[in-house]
Design a protein around this ligand. Structure first.
Ligand code: ARG
Length: 490
């Protein structure tokens, strides 16, 4: 490999570093003015390759709001610690507010020489408020700063995603009400198993999402320990009011150990775990809708806006939304695996590896948010072809009911199972439904004629009004419970 002809400083470092790059011994580190805020002890600049490895502004600028709000709260903490006067605090907070507003308005304030969002904000502040800006980092390290920013980000996104989950739940509940009287085959092993109400199926999705919300809530709590005051690892030496800072930022608690606060990212793992569960859940319902929209089934139709055509085959309308959601689950699971791998075996306290904690989380948040939104809209657009569904239902769906009826007539369940099994087997051989077999075949069944008439899909469904079952009363109770849940929210 050719030795790197360094243009040290071209991208990140100072003008004098650029000069150093033209020196003959170009593989040697740059000399002279090193401009990074931490570079007091350095006489040489980073190599361009090292800069490329090190710089994180391009992604951690996503934390600008959390970083600036964290700094504003920190200024209040410093005032309480008598490091800042009230007027210094106010000037500092006003300066930070201005930066926040400017970045939010899309003003280009960042420079290539800013290593990360923390350095960028401090530089801009110092340019705007003068030497006062240099006091901001008192008693603080980027280690507790980044942990604070990231925890705050996770808390906020956990809340926002909970809102997205609730939108999906709203769509599912509305759809369940629309189809509360319609029957479909319920499946196990992708084989028709027992009749269910369509609403019952849709509500299975609703209640599973309720657990995703509690996982998000738990991740919020785990993230909710405020690190500022921890410094680099040992705690700030200033009498800093951590509770006040936590309260200003909306943290429910302060961290109890400064090494724990700066070195651990389990809250992010937990958050990614919750998003992974959402991804897996969405992917499996997506899979149902993919299969059911195939012409072989024809059970459902997605709104056109959630499908796309083929560039070659004019007749195609593919359920791309569902396939993409199914695919994105892999990405969500990968995010957690990626962070787990970064964290495994890290020594204590802060290590720079931890900079790798953010991108998987940022990506997972975007991915989960979009998937939830599309799923909610697609559910809204979904129609079930109830006539076709009924036509596709196989009478063998009623085999369990026949066995249950026999049990009610005093036949032990195993014997009943056997009797019905033989009927179904015989019917299969003859290519008819077991209900169509001649009376002769049914002679093992007591009251055969009456029982045969009884056996309808509605009969099967209505026998299951047990709490949580698919009977219409049970489904109505589920709908009421779902309504209560969403009312509590709204
Ligand atoms: N960009 C860094 C990160 O995301 C900030 C913390 C840097 N701390 C340090 N000691 N170098 O983790």
């Amino acid at each position: 490999m050719k030795p790197v002809r360094k243009k040290i400083g071209k991208s990140v470092r100072s003008a004098s570093s650029v000069k150093a790059s033209s020196a003959k011994k170009s593989a040697a580190p740059a000399k002279g003015n090193v401009s990074a805020l931490w570079a007091g002890r350095f006489s040489a600049g980073m190599s361009p390759s090292m800069e490329k490895l090190s710089v994180s502004l391009h992604f951690d600028k996503k934390l600008y709001r959390e970083d600036i709000e964290g700094s504003m709260a920190h200024a209040h903490g410093l005032h309480a610690a008598k490091v800042l006067t009230a007027s210094e605090r106010d000037r500092m907070v006003a300066g930070l507010k201005g930066i926040l507003a400017d970045i939010a308005a899309g003003k280009a304030l960042f420079k290539p020489s800013d290593e990360d969002i923390h350095m960028a904000v401090e530089r801009i502040l110092t340019e705007r408020v003068g030497d006062l800006g240099k006091k901001l980092h008192t008693g603080r390290s980027r280690n507790d700063q980044v942990a604070t920013d990231f925890r705050l980000y996770v808390m906020r996104r956990a809340e926002a995603l909970t809102g997205r989950v609730e939108e999906l739940q709203g769509a599912l509940l509305a759809k369940a009400k629309q189809y509360k009287a319609d029957i479909m085959p319920g499946y196990t092993h992708v084989q028709q198993a027992q009749p269910i109400l369509i609403a019952h199926y849709l509500l299975s999705f609703f209640f599973a999402l309720e657990r995703d919300k509690s996982r998000l809530r738990h991740a919020w709590w785990s993230a909710g320990e405020m690190p500022l005051g921890s410094g680099a690892l040992a705690g700030s030496a200033f009498p800093y009011n951590r509770e006040l800072v936590a309260e200003r930022l909306g943290f429910p608690a302060v961290s109890r150990n400064s090494i724990d606060a700066t070195a651990h990212r389990d809250f992010a793992l937990e958050f990614l775990g919750a998003l992974g569960c959402i991804g897996v859940l969405l992917s499996s319902y997506a899979e149902d809708f993919v299969i059911w929209s195939a012409s072989e089934f024809g059970y459902v139709k997605l709104g056109e806006a959630y499908t796309s055509g083929s560039s070659m085959m004019p007749q195609k309308r593919n359920p791309d939304s569902m396939e993409l959601i199914r695919g994105k689950a892999g990405r969500l699971l990968g995010a957690q695996a990626r962070l787990f791998t970064v964290l495994k075996g890290l020594p204590h306290g802060y290590d720079r590896d931890l900079q790798e904690d953010k991108e998987p989380v940022f990506d997972a948040v975007e991915t989960a948010s979009t998937c939830l939104q599309v799923m909610a809209e697609a559910i809204e657009s979904l129609t079930f072809d109830t006539k076709k569904i009924l036509k596709r239902m196989q009478p063998a769906l009623l085999a369990t009911d026949l066995a249950d009826v026999l049990v009610e007539k005093g036949v032990p369940f195993r014997d009943a199972h056997h009797i019905v099994g033989r009927l179904v087997g015989e019917a299969e051989k003859k290519g008819v439904s077991f209900l169509e077999l001649p009376a002769e075949s049914w002679k093992t069944v007591p009251d055969a004629a009456k029982v045969r008439k009884m056996l309808t899909y509605a009969f099967s469904v209505e026998r299951r009004n047990i709490q949580g079952g698919t009977g219409s009363k049970s489904v109505a109770a589920q709908i009421r419970e779902a309504e209560k849940i969403l009312k509590r929210v709204g």
